[in-house]
Design a protein around this ligand. Structure first.
Ligand code: OAD
Length: 267
C-alpha cells in the first residue's frame, strides 16, 4: 500500500509514545496536500458547549431521539417534540465556533482544505469561515414548513407558542434537520460523495461513526485511495480502518496540526 507521499504505508494507531509522531506525520502529509475534505461530527462542537449525542453526558441521556427527533412522532405531536427541540436549539443558537472550527477555516485559507461535510446542525463551520460546507443532517438554525416547504431562519419566526406555524400557509414548522425516518437531502448526499471520492486526504473529526450513511464516507474515501486521518479522544467504530488515529480533542489537536503545517511551510 502506498500513501500520497509515495512511501510504503502501514496503518498507524495511536499509542502514548507515538502520538506526536502521528501528528507530525499527518502535518507533513497535509502541508503538501490540497484536495483535503473534513467529515465532522458532534465531537467538534463539544468545546462550543454543545453536548454530543452519545456517550457520557450525551444529549440522549436526557432525550430519546426516537421520540423527539422522529419524523412520525413529530407529525403526530409536534408540540411535544418542539419543547425538547427548542431546548437544544437555544443552546445551538448562542454557541460560537471553537479553536477546532477555526483551525479548519485556517486550513481552507491555506489552500489545503477544500470542503467540510458535517453531520452537525449548528452552522458553526460557516460561522468560523469555511466556505464550502455540506450539511449532511441539515441545520437547526433554520425551520422548514411541512406543508409548503418554505424555509425560515429561526429568528424570523414566532416561537411564543409551540409548535411554530408557517407565516405563509399556516403549516407546522419543523427544525430543518434530518429526523429519524427521513432521508439525507439529495444534494448533500451527492456533493458529499463527489467530494469524498475525489479527495486526497479525509480528516474525520469527532464522530462515533455509528450513523449511516455518513459512517461509510471514510471507507468510501479509502476505496478511492485517500489517506484517512481520524481525530477523536476515544476510539470509534471507524478507528480500526483509518490510516492515522490522532487521539485527542479536536480543539487541541487541530490547532496543533495547523501550527505544525505553518512551521513546515515557513509561514
Ligand atoms: P456522537 O455523539 O455519536 O459521537 C461524538 C464523538 O465525538 C464520539 O466519538 C466522541 O468520542 C467524540 N468527541 C467527544 N468530545 C470530543 C472532542 N472534544 N473532540 C473530538 N471528538 C470528541 O456524534 P455523531 O457521530 O456526530 O444525527 O453522531 C452522528 C449523528 O447521530 C448525528 O448527526 C445525529 C445523531 O443521530 C442527526 O441528528 C440526524
Amino acid at each position: 500500500m502506498e500513501d500520497i507521499s509515495g512511501k510504503k504505508k502501514q496503518p498507524m494507531y495511536y499509542f502514548q509514545e507515538s502520538k506526536s509522531v502521528d501528528v507530525q506525520e499527518s502535518a507533513k502529509l497535509l502541508a503538501k496536500a490540497s484536495g483535503v475534505v473534513a467529515l465532522t461530527g458532534a465531537g467538534i462542537s463539544v468545546a462550543s458547549g454543545i453536548r454530543p449525542f452519545r456517550g457520557k453526558g450525551g444529549l440522549w441521556e436526557k432525550y430519546d431521539p426516537e421520540e423527539v427527533a422522529n419524523i412520525n412522532n413529530f407529525i403526530r405531536n409536534p408540540a411535544a417534540s418542539w419543547v425538547a427541540l427548542k431546548e437544544i436549539m437555544d443552546v445551538v443558537e448562542v454557541a460560537l465556533p471553537n479553536p477546532a472550527h477555526l483551525a479548519l477555516a485556517a486550513l481552507e485559507q491555506m489552500g489545503i482544505l477544500r470542503s467540510v461535510i458535517t453531520q452537525n446542525v449548528d452552522g458553526l463551520h460557516q460561522e468560523a469561515g469555511n466556505s464550502f460546507v455540506i450539511e449532511f443532517h441539515g441545520n437547526t438554525r433554520r425551520t422548514i414548513c411541512l406543508e409548503c416547504r418554505a424555509v425560515y431562519a429561526v429568528g424570523e419566526i414566532n416561537m411564543d407558542s409551540l409548535p411554530p406555524y408557517c407565516p405563509a400557509c399556516d403549516g407546522v414548522l419543523k427544525p430543518d434537520a434530518v429526523f429519524f425516518g427521513e432521508t439525507i437531502p439529495r444534494t448533500a448526499l451527492e456533493q458529499a460523495r463527489t467530494e469524498i471520492q475525489s479527495c486526497r486526504i479525509a480528516l474525520v473529526i469527532g464522530t462515533s461513526g455509528m450513523v449511516e450513511p455518513a459512517a461509510s464516507l471514510p471507507f468510501l474515501a479509502r476505496d478511492y485511495n485517500a489517506v484517512v486521518i481520524e481525530i477523536n479522544p476515544e476510539r470509534s467504530f471507524l478507528t480500526p480502518r483509518v490510516d492515522y488515529f490522532l487521539e485527542g480533542r479536536a480543539e487541541e489537536v487541530l490547532p496543533l496540526l495547523v501550527e505544525q503545517i505553518k512551521n513546515l511551510a515557513g509561514k
